[in-house]
Design a protein around this ligand. Structure first.
Ligand code: IPE
Ligand code: IPE
Ligand code: MG
Length: 249
């Protein structure tokens, strides 16, 4: 089965960047009569598997939505449980990431994280900064609107300070002010658990991404599920506003 799916993937036409909304951990746990945190714990295992699969395929950038700005409104014990899991995951995975050439980046409002996690995050970013095989971008305390608003704020500041003029502002300049500066936009965005929405993820960056929605809950998402998404992606015609005839040329 795995071989069959893998064989259907054209290795020369892979996306460079795949982004994930990792959703469904809570429902996965509930189905098993367990607390939500059990689902998040199993979700971390999926992240490892997907990172390995992406690395094996040679995908250069992987972004995961780990915690949204809106998720701060969840029950306090779930929030602190997730923060603890993230911290443990960094400890457990840092050597593996060094071995696999993974460079970790974080996007989001880091100021809102508990101090111990903020320090650990800073450490893993620093430790992995020279790795070059795969950029693993974790959206943590992130929201797409926050990203755009921050960008606008920085641009306004640079205008006031005379570094740039309002006439210089264009979409490519705008994207340099976003937290994702240096990373190409995702060609493919995958959301698990059956929800068909963006939930304040990469609003600016997803402008022309192919969207793939699956009912599979994140802890059940696997290498094979990733292959299915990539096959679906490769069977689409990306027209970018042009006609089908134009893009076939
Ligand atoms: C996604 O799973 C993980 C986070 C948002 C942190 P959920 O916790 O949203 O799981 P469901 O949607 O309740 O099943
Ligand atoms: C989106 O999932 C955020 C993350 C996966 C981190 P949610 O479960 O929070 O999204 P909604 O509330 O269903 O839109
Ligand atoms: Mg959810």
């Amino acid at each position: 089965m795995t071989m069959n799916l893998l064989e259907q993937i054209d290795r020369t036409k892979l996306p460079q960047h795949v982004a994930f909304i990792m959703d469904g951990n809570g429902r996965w746990a509930k189905k098993r009569g367990m607390i939500r945190l059990f689902g998040h714990k199993n979700g971390v295992k999926t992240v490892k598997e997907i990172l390995n699969a992406a690395g094996d395929l040679g995908i250069r950038y992987v972004t995961v939505y780990a915690f949204s700005t809106e998720n701060w409104s969840r029950p306090a014990d779930e929030v602190s449980g997730i923060m603890g899991l993230l911290s443990t995951a960094i400890d457990d995975e840092i050597e593996n990431m060094m071995k696999n050439g993974v460079r970790v980046k974080m996007i989001g409002e880091m100021d809102r994280l508990p101090k111990y996690l903020r320090e650990k995050v800073a450490y893993v970013i620093e430790r992995t900064k020279d790795n070059t095989k795969l950029d693993f971008i974790v959206a943590l305390s992130y929201s797409g609107r926050w990203d755009i608003v921050e960008s606008a704020r920085k641009i306004a500041r640079d205008c006031v300070e005379g570094k740039i003029s309002p006439d210089d502002i264009c979409d490519s300049m705008f994207s340099h002010y976003l937290s994702t500066d240096g990373t190409p936009d995702p060609e493919l965005m995958i959301r698990t658990s059956g929800e068909s929405r963006i939930s304040n993820f990469l609003l600016y960056q997803l402008a022309y991404s192919e969207l793939y929605f699956t009912d599979v809950l994140w802890p059940d998402f696997s290498r094979e599920e990733l292959y299915k998404a990539l096959i679906s992606y490769q069977n689409r015609e990306r027209r970018f506003g042009k006609t089908s005839e134009q893009v076939k040329k």
